[in-house]
Design a protein around this ligand. Structure first.
Ligand code: HEC
Length: 145
């Protein structure tokens, strides 16, 4: 009788551990890779987010000199805006910190940056970009190992 109890206790424990193990695995899989699409988060970061963010930084430091440079700024802002959607897609988002960084900060600031670039408003562009970069720090602090 005692043996039977111990055995069923072990089975319950094993099942519980397996359940939580799987749940943890799902969460980390969501951060580094979506559920169905092949692009890893680090490549979206390295290939799209980082270069477009650096591009804006460089442009604003010197101040866009002409129509073409403002248009490049609009291009960077548009790519960052799309990334705010991609980061929320395909089961990638694990929690509220991620959602707030991507869906609120990154999206609203890149949209404000795009509007500023279209109006060629340097002050508004600088303000939007300054806040945009807080999204990188917020999400990385919680989710980048
Ligand atoms: C919503 C979350 C989130 C936001 C917002 C975010 N990142 Fe990331 N970023 C990550 C995660 C998660 C990783 C780690 C991915 C991995 O290693 O699998 C990462 C990794 C990176 C990397 C390393 C890529 C590599 O080659 O390994 C760079 C560079 C980067 N992010 C730049 C940025 C910049 C710049 C911003 C802001 C404009 C930003 N990220 C905003 C989640 C985010």
């Amino acid at each position: 009788m005692k043996k039977k109890f111990a055995l069923s206790g072990f089975v319950v424990l094993a099942a519980t551990l397996m359940y939580f193990g799987q749940a943890l695995e799902t969460v980390s899989a969501q951060k580094t890779q979506g559920k169905t699409r092949p692009a890893a988060t680090k490549y979206l970061m390295r290939g799209i987010v980082q270069p477009n963010c650096a591009g804006v930084g460089k442009l604003l430091k010197a101040g866009p000199a002409n129509e073409k440079e403002w248009d490049t700024g609009a291009c960077h802002a548009s790519c960052l805006s799309e990334m705010s959607f991609a980061l929320m897609d395909d089961g990638r988002c694990p929690d509220g910190v991620w959602a707030s960084a991507a869906k609120t900060t990154l999206r609203e600031c890149s949209d404000a940056l795009l509007a500023a670039a279209k109006k060629q408003d340097l002050d508004a562009a600088n303000a939007a970009f300054k806040e945009l970069t807080t999204s990188c720090a917020a999400c990385h602090k919680a989710h980048k190992s």
